[in-house]
Design a protein around this ligand. Sequence first.
Ligand SMILES: [Mn+2]
Length: 282
Amino acid sequence: MGEWGNGLSLLLPEWQGYGLSADVSEGARVLARHWWAGEPHALIDAPDHEVLTCDDGVLGLSSIEARARRTLTLLDRAQPARLVTLGGTCGVELAPIAYLNERYRGDLAVVWLDGHADLNTPQSSPSSHFHGMALRTLLGEGPVPLVELIPRPVRPAQVFLVGTRDLDPAEREFIETSGVTWMPNALFGGPQALTSVLTSRGFGHVYVHFDMDVINPTDFRNALMHTPGGPLLAEVADVLSTLHRLTDVVGFSVLEYCDRDRADRERLLTVLRAVQARSCCS
Ligand SMILES: [Mn+2]
């Protein structure tokens, strides 16, 4: 996708938010090679081998913080109006969403296409893995060194959890009390349910977070976390293309991809190329 217009493509192959495996680093690099095909992009690399320490309940916190700082510095200098991010884990979302939320002064709907809510705090997390805390941190509640990097926390009213179905008890409680919008079945039967809610709330800009584990694992094998249930890839593709057609998508991320099955890689690339064509021509 390269530096299209005043947009920037970011490759953030960080695995540290999951703590155990470098598969998602390789997955992000493989997707970048095929999807972006040599077009320019910014890279904040992560070492394949690193011994992580657990600080304040977060595995790899200092490693994650250093890369989030570098990414924010890069974005503040480049000042892109649009961003496409290939990660790594959901933990890489901190800098792209924090940057865009500040740039658009909170006029940003955050559509979280994910089997998980990523709404744990360091205290509630069963795993200490930051990728399960990324969205809560963006909402201003998370590990202090990371919260302090965020100029303008996301408000709960900006958040739309779509296809989300595997929740920890503390996440469920937060969803019920905070005012975030939870649409676990919004992708079944077409994208209208989601787009009409976004339109009625009056957002001028949209961020689309796409964790591979939103897809039903019986239909797609290349997600890091296999999460039972969920929409088919074709249903996700339908909502992605509709969002890009009907709303101003200023940020799009593709995360937690593991390059296990070649046919599934090709099916995903077909979807991503269709979305790309739409954003270029709109
Ligand atoms: Mn996730």
